[in-house]
Design a protein around this ligand. Structure first.
Ligand SMILES: [Zn+2]
Length: 133
């Protein structure tokens, strides 16, 4: 769970969050998981139960996969990709630089339907999915 150290790290980090809609017709949606931003205490309403699949891949593979979700010049530590149609949440970690415990916790919270505090990206993602199929 969150500890003071993790929260302090979040406050000093300035990465941004981004939402990507890869293939709308297939309902494949992806969201950056920015491990630096605190997670909200409220779950997105109606968020489906997703099967969590965690992948520990070579660092460059994680980076290639996750880089599209971060801003220019920023380095991803991990990311989660939601496939709401398949009810699946894939988390990608670097096997070369194993994630700290709180990062793992953070990613899993996203899969469970928790967005960053003050953010509505995941809520919007769910709304888009429901609207478009
Ligand atoms: Zn996050």
């Amino acid at each position: 769970m969150w500890n003071e150290h993790a929260l302090q790290r979040c406050n000093t980090c300035r990465q941004t969050i981004g939402v990507m809609r890869a293939k709308a017709c297939l309902g494949i949606l992806a969201l950056l998981v920015n491990a630096c931003t605190p997670i909200a205490h409220q779950r997105v309403e109606g968020w489906p139960e997703l099967m969590v699949v965690e992948h520990h891949v070579p660092h460059n593979e994680m980076r290639d996969r996750c880089a599209r979700y971060v801003g220019f010049g920023e380095v991803p530590e991990a990311c989660a990709e939601f496939d709401l149609a398949a009810k699946r949440c894939d988390i990608w970690y670097s096997a070369d630089f194993p994630p700290q415990r709180w990062i793992v916790q953070h990613e899993r919270m996203h899969c469970a339907g928790y967005d960053h505090a003050g953010a509505s990206d995941m809520q919007e993602l769910l709304r888009q999915y429901r609207r478009g199929g």
